[in-house]
Design a protein around this ligand. Structure first.
Ligand SMILES: O=C(O)C(=O)Cc1ccc(O)cc1
Ligand SMILES: [Fe+2]
Length: 441
């Protein structure tokens, strides 16, 4: 039986300079730093925007990490954190401090209602535990968590039960009383939650991955496109693009002991997208991720916003760089009309590289003349946010469309390929490989 998840709690980043990345998330992406945990050995900074929470961790140095890991694993059970207890300087709470050679986003932490039951379920299925069940407490109560390794590269999942905790975040973190952002700033960047997490995976691994998430966490297939083949997934294999996309979703379930979320309580949470590159059209952005990240992993995260134009405008003004499709994208007759019919201004979208994809959907419950409902989605992709050309963020505004737009994927693909080509030319001009700086900001 699977371990059913209540909701996504936070996503952890492991980076060489936590302060720099946290400061970018605050100043450019308008997240609020609301909690921190500072010890001699590690720094964990928690940032929030709506329900989207990132925890930014300092990445342990390679040479010391092997020792740290063996030191941490047997000793963590029952650790007391914060002001009232023993606090091991190298303990990274709610995560593992595995060393990693490049900056990475590697832990998706979920809340569960019954940690004991989830742990037994995963153990019975042969899951690999990186941290055994561990209780952490402070004056506001206690939480219990454990960490499992996924089968996607360095991705781990922390499962945490915080039903016995009354504090604002997690024990061991100092929560700041007041958030630093003004209301005005929040109104211009209405990000509400994580919409999806996209994994970059090697060829022929999609099925195994889907099976793992279905069996262990009760994820279910989500069809990106109505024409999608059950076995093949959503395949784009033409005009230089060779990509297989498959998506999964799970439902927030709120009651302890519920074996399957009942139909009427269904509420989908963050989706998971598996992107697998296909060999036919040469090296591409998924291959680049696998090479630069040195393993499969989280390639990008979609942040859901209620107003993409204003969010992109504010972020661009604060220094975020977005990918832009060629200007011709916005002047093409069909696209221009599509944008206008959706009530948007092509020039405004062009200014920040925002892509629009309409999905004409037939609603069988309506009379034929009214049955075509136009649903659309808007997306814009940032350039990589770490020094390495790996992880990026996406803004997404959904107007009825629940999937991912094929037109948008094609436009993104082309702008990323063009970016990769210009990087390649730059590095050729600057000298041998390794001397070129790929930092985007
Ligand atoms: O369209 C989206 O937002 C996706 O998440 C799909 C996707 C996945 C990987 C890519 O390299 C490009 C597009
Ligand atoms: Fe995406």
């Amino acid at each position: 039986m699977a371990a059913y998840l209540s909701r996504l709690h936070h996503i952890s980043l492991h980076v060489s300079n936590a302060e720099k990345i946290a400061s970018d998330l605050v100043s450019k992406f308008k997240f609020n730093l609301f909690a921190s945990r500072l010890t001699d050995g590690s720094r964990q900074l928690a940032l929030r925007k709506g329900a989207a929470v990132f925890v930014v961790n300092d990445r342990p140095e390679l040479k010391r990490s092997a020792a740290r890991l063996t030191e941490e694993l047997p000793g963590v059970t029952g650790v007391n954190a914060g002001k009232h207890g023993r606090d091991h300087p190298t303990t990274r709470l709610y995560d593992v401090s595995l060393s990693y050679p490049v900056d990475t986003v590697s832990n998706v932490c979920f809340e569960v209602d019954d940690v004991g039951r989830s742990c037994r379920a995963l153990r019975d299925m042969g899951c690999c535990f990186l941290v055994p069940p561990t209780t952490v407490q402070d004056e506001a109560g206690h939480v219990t968590y454990f960490v499992v390794k996924s089968i996607v590269g360095n991705v781990c999942h922390t499962l945490i039960d915080r039903t016995k905790y009354r504090g604002n975040f997690l024990p061991g973190f100092d929560v700041m009383e007041k958030h630093c952002s003004s209301e005005e700033e929040d109104a211009s960047c209405p990000i509400t939650h994580f919409d999806h997490i996209t994994y970059a995976c090697p060829r022929k691994t999609t099925h195994q991955l889907m099976r793992w998430y279905e069996d262990l966490f009760g994820f279910q297939r989500f069809f990106i496109d109505s024409d999608e083949d059950v076995e093949e997934g959503f395949v784009i294999n033409q005009e230089g693009i060779a990509l297989r996309l498959t998506a999964m979703e799970y439902w927030k379930c709120s009651k302890a002991g519920v074996s399957l979320p009942s139909v009427d309580k269904k509420e989908p949470d963050c989706k998971f997208v598996i992107a697998e590159s296909l060999p036919e059209q040469g090296k591409n952005q998924v291959d680049t991720f696998l090479e630069k990240h040195r393993a499969p992993g989280i390639q990008h995260i979609g942040l859901y916003t209620k107003d993409i134009v204003s969010t992109a405008q504010t972020m661009a003004g604060a220094g975020v760089q977005f990918f832009s499709p060629p200007f011709a994208y916005y002047t093409e007759v069909g696209k221009q009309q599509e944008i206008e019919e959706a009530g948007h201004n092509p020039q405004m979208l062009a200014q920040h590289g925002i892509l629009l994809d309409t999905d004409l959907h037939q609603d069988p419950s309506l009379p034929t003349e009214l049955s075509f409902v136009s649903r659309y989605l808007l997306q814009v992709f940032t350039k990589p946010i770490f020094a390495e050309d790996t992880f990026f963020l996406e803004l997404i505004e959904r107007r009825g469309a629940t999937g991912f737009g094929e037109g948008n994927i094609r436009a993104l693909w082309r702008s990323v390929q063009a970016h990769m080509e210009s990087e390649r030319l730059d590095s050729q001009q600057e000298g041998p490989p390794g001397t070129a700086q790929t930092a985007q900001y």
